[in-house]
Design a protein around this ligand. Structure first.
Ligand code: ADP
Ligand code: MG
Length: 614
């Protein structure tokens, strides 16, 4: 990277979706680290004060910035990394939006000293409240050092939402760890309050970096995983099946050097492991996927944690195959069918898992913001004459116990996917216990859990809405004012953007009160106040600690559960029809958002077996 810094044309700035770059100290640190790496640094030193809440210093030995370009680096959309919109398809650097430095400078004080190798002297710039206070020549080593202080001082609301220093420091160390694992050759040192918290010499072996970063006990537990297919390459290390973790926190996945939290990739990893580790256990993995830059779109997510692939199915297959090989899962009888062309029951289960992952992937990456055309982007056609939506009358049912995570089961939990054959076309016979809808026809018997099904429908709508699909919100005639205990208030206030995505228009209303102004039509049968209070009850302490981007899923799941029709309520025939239509519009809906099956299908052959007719 040695292009000059230039302003992106205005048209371009509008086309690159602006993202909230600066959410917390760790997001500032991440941007600064990425800039250092983009500048070719081989050594980076980080100093945090009060966990990054008071100040963050990042010093690198990268190429530095020419004196005349220093002020430009702080103008919005100034980047040296791309020059035309098309470039964002080919960009190899971390940054390209030119948003980070100006965003940081708008919420904190920034001092930067920088020098290029050929320059006789460096430059010092001080920016306060977005204004350049000082710009002068300065003596300094080659490279760049940024000192960011008074973080969020000018944005008290944000400051209030910061967690305690230790939590923020933890998030900063996570950001460092993610980069450390991506770039073992870079020397990284970090201190917090003057105490060394990370000291990683540059190494050539990833295994060595993993041991130093994640702990020595990993060393003997990791096996190399390597595979490639059609220009896509997967490399890294994965844990042995007997070395599992209680959370997915140690699944580090990278796409072209960029850390991602990607549903599809995680799903593929879990598919490879599912037969060899217990449910609710997770492997530790550090996996790097390299693919032609044109085959992956990194501009999906503002924080760039999600990506979109041109060939998600192939990528999924490559991961499962490679990991199966690495952990020896394919050597076991009946293990997951790795190849897409495989036969038999294992292959069916695998096929369904892939479809499920791909389907959710399509939904989560949105239909409005498509980059690629082709099968991935193909929008599912919803029947043109949309049926009246399924909004049953509010009912006073006892609150349900929190749903248990149910381990995945056999392949029967899906409606057989014959072409054009939807639920709505099956014969509805009645219900059992006001909970299970019963359908039967020449192919077999189908049972549908009405609550799980409705939950799924709502969840998909929330996701589609969040992905940009326009679904009308219903403004409340009388906005509902809810006053909350401080801890609930700050959690909700912090989550407002997510609620807004879901179509819940909620605003602060002075003190510890919030006002609900609109709810999405498909949730309008639930009382706004109850919905919000239930949501709070559903979100555990751990959920509340999640970063905003991770919290969305939890909130959507909770809203779907609360908005869905309860079990033990008899639906009218019209409601059943509406429910079926809506369910049909979701391709291969197999489980509720909690992962419970939403339907069970017994084919005639299976019934015959059960009745011992054959
Ligand atoms: P982006 O990284 O998206 O281009 P930034 O706002 O993060 O945008 O940075 C703006 C520009 O400032 C970069 O394009 C780069 O030219 C320059 N820059 C920022 N940090 C550094 C650094 N540590 N070393 C060299 N150049 C830097
Ligand atoms: Mg940057």
């Amino acid at each position: 990277m040695s292009g000059k810094i230039c302003l992106l044309p205005e048209t371009l700035t509008h086309r690159i979706a602006a993202g909230e770059v600066v959410e917390r100290p760790a997001s500032i640190l991440k941007e600064l680290l990425e800039n250092a790496l983009d500048a070719g640094a081989t050594e980076i030193v980080v100093a945090l004060e009060r966990g990054g809440c008071a100040s963050i210093r990042v010093t690198d030995n990268g190429e530095g910035i020419a004196p005349e370009e220093v002020p430009l680096a702080f103008s919005r959309y100034a980047t040296s990394k791309i020059g035309a919109f098309e470039d964002i398809y080919t960009v190899r650097t971390f940054g390209f939006r030119g948003e980070a430095l100006p965003s940081i400078a708008s919420i904190a004080e920034v001092e930067m000293v920088t020098r290029q190798a050929a320059a006789p002297a460096g430059t010092r710039i001080v920016i306060k409240a977005g204004e350049v206070m000082e710009l002068s020549e300065a003596g300094c080593p080659v490279g760049t050092s940024l000192f960011v202080s008074r973080i969020f001082d000018s944005v008290p609301v944000r400051k209030k939402f910061l967690k305690n220093d230790l939590t923020e420091q933890g998030a900063c160390i996570d950001a460092l760890t993610r980069l450390a694992l991506a770039r073992p050759e870079v020397t990284l040192r970090a201190s917090a309050g003057g105490r060394i918290v990370l000291n990683l010499p540059g190494v050539t072996e990833l295994a060595e970096r993993i041991a130093l970063t994640l702990g020595k006990d990993f060393r003997g537990q990791l096996v190399p995983a390597e595979g490639s297919k059609e220009g896509v390459r997967l490399r890294g290390f994965v844990s042995r099946p007997d070395f599992t973790r209680s959370s997915a926190a140690q699944m580090y996945l990278y796409v072209n050097g960029r850390f991602v939290k990607d549903y599809l990739l995680n799903h593929a990893v879990m598919t490879a492991y599912r037969r060899v580790i217990a449910s609710r256990r997770y492997p530790a993995v550090v996996l790097a996927l390299e693919l032609p830059i044109g085959d992956v779109d990194v501009n999906v997510h503002p924080a760039k944690l999600e990506v979109r692939f041109r060939n998600p199915r192939e990528i999924y297959g490559l991961i499962v195959e490679t990991l199966n090989r690495a952990i020896g899962a394919d050597a076991k009888p009946g293990a997951a069918a790795a190849g897409l062309g495989m036969q038999g029951r294992g292959a069916t289960a695998y096929g369904e898992r892939v479809e499920e992952a791909l389907k959710r992937y399509r939904v989560s990456t949105g239909s409005e913001k498509l980059f690629f055309t082709g099968p991935v982007a193909a929008k599912r056609d919803v029947p043109p004459a949309a049926p009246a939506s399924f909004t049953p009358e509010p009912i006073a049912a006892p609150a349900e116990p929190p749903p248990e995570e149910i381990p995945e089961k056999c392949a029967r939990e899906t409606i057989p996917a014959e072409e054009g054959r939807g639920l709505a076309e099956r014969r509805y016979l009645g219900h059992a216990a006001g909970t299970y809808l019963i359908f039967a026809d020449a192919e077999g018997v189908l049972l549908v859990d009405q609550h799980a099904a409705h939950e799924r429908i709502i969840y998909e709508r929330l996701r589609r809405r969040a992905a940009g699909e326009r679904i009308a919100g219903q403004r409340l005639l009388l906005p509902e004012v809810i006053s909350l205990p401080p801890r609930d208030f700050s959690f909700l206030a912090e989550s407002l953007p997510i609620l807004a995505e879901a179509g819940l228009e909620v605003e602060p209303f002075g003190g510890d009160s919030l006002v609900v102004k609109a709810v999405p039509t498909f949730l309008s049968h639930a009382e706004a106040r109850t919905l919000i209070l239930d949501l709070l009850a559903d979100c555990t302490e751990a959920d509340r600690r999640l970063a905003l981007t991770d919290r969305r899923e939890r909130i959507f799941t909770a809203l779907a559960c609360r908005g869905a029709v309860k079990a033990n309520r008899e639906l009218s025939a019209a409601e059943v029809t509406a429910l079926c239509r809506e369910l049909d519009a979701i391709p291969q809906a197999a489980t509720c958002p909690h992962g419970r099956p939403l339907c069970l299908f017994f084919s005639i052959a299976e019934l015959e077996k059960l009745f011992k007719r054959r």
